[in-house]
Design a protein around this ligand. Structure first.
Ligand SMILES: [Zn+2]
Length: 263
């Protein structure tokens, strides 16, 4: 079968193991069913996720113009502490920013290669953890807007990492830790304005990814350079496809590319 479409982050279902879907305009591909099968991928173009034009993708699936203009790519997306909708202050489009920022957010601990702190909209739990390839995670606080989540993350970053080591995550070079204990140790560093939002009773969420064989030395595929690739799919973790020859492909980092998949 040949499928053609623009890459966007895989949709997921929180089952054991996690189920992954590639959603193209005319096809819905259940990626778990491609495990142990040869897959051929060819780059055939670009399609900005905002304007839809065939322009080079700059960041996050957007062309350069959209990345710098559209409300969907404001700085507060990557840096939640810059959110200002709770003050009625516009960044690029106040209506859009109110809709996204003024809703329940979670600050969490996730362990993908090491314990890290992160922020997500409540509606994105556990999707966000799946996308990061975390094998365990726990919520710390639930706050009513993105700003409060952002300032909490900034305060906690002094005491816990905020980045994942993707190679370690893919190699499954991981250990189980007691996130409840981590959470309790961090409690003292939550900013005063957020202390009341601490979630008192909580337990770890465990995630199991569909991986048959972990790569020993993950080698990231640059499809823009290589233009095409063929390999046997042996796993899916985070937003990465893992192939038998140690090649890994980060779907999320390649959003906006139009590909032809031959499976
Ligand atoms: Zn665009």
């Amino acid at each position: 079968m040949v499928y053609t479409g623009v890459l966007t982050k895989m949709q997921t279902e929180f089952l054991e193991p996690i189920q992954y879907y590639l959603v193209f305009e005319n096809d819905f591909i259940h990626v778990n069913q491609l495990l142990n099968k040869p897959v051929k991928m060819k780059l055939i173009g670009h399609q900005c996720l905002s304007c839809g034009l065939d322009r080079p993708i700059y960041r996050q699936g957007f062309c350069k113009t959209c990345f710098f203009d559209k409300p969907i790519a404001g700085d507060w997306i990557m840096r939640p502490e810059l959110s200002t909708a709770h003050l009625g202050k516009e960044d690029r489009d106040l209506e859009y920013e109110k809709k996204v920022q003024l809703q329940p957010h979670i600050v969490y601990l996730a362990n993908s290669s090491n314990v890290k702190v992160g922020v997500t909209r409540k509606s994105q739990v556990p999707t966000r953890w799946i996308d990061q390839g975390a094998h365990e995670a726990i919520e710390i606080v639930e706050v009513p807007n993105r700003y409060l989540a952002g300032v909490t993350e900034v305060a906690l970053k002094d005491h816990v990492a905020d980045k994942t080591n993707w190679r370690k995550m893919l190699k499954n070079d991981i250990e189980d830790v007691n996130l409840l204990e981590w959470r309790n140790n961090l409690k003292a560093h939550i900013p005063n304005e957020v202390k009341d939002y601490f979630i008192e009773s909580n337990s770890e969420t465990h995630l199991k990814f569909p991986v048959e064989q972990y790569p020993e030395k993950p080698n990231s595929l640059n499809i823009k350079k290589q233009m095409e690739y063929s390999g046997k799919l042996v796993g899916i973790k985070g937003q990465y496809l893992i192939f038998e020859d140690n090649t890994v492909f980060n779907i999320r980092a390649n959003e906006g590319l139009v590909v032809e998949l031959n499976v």
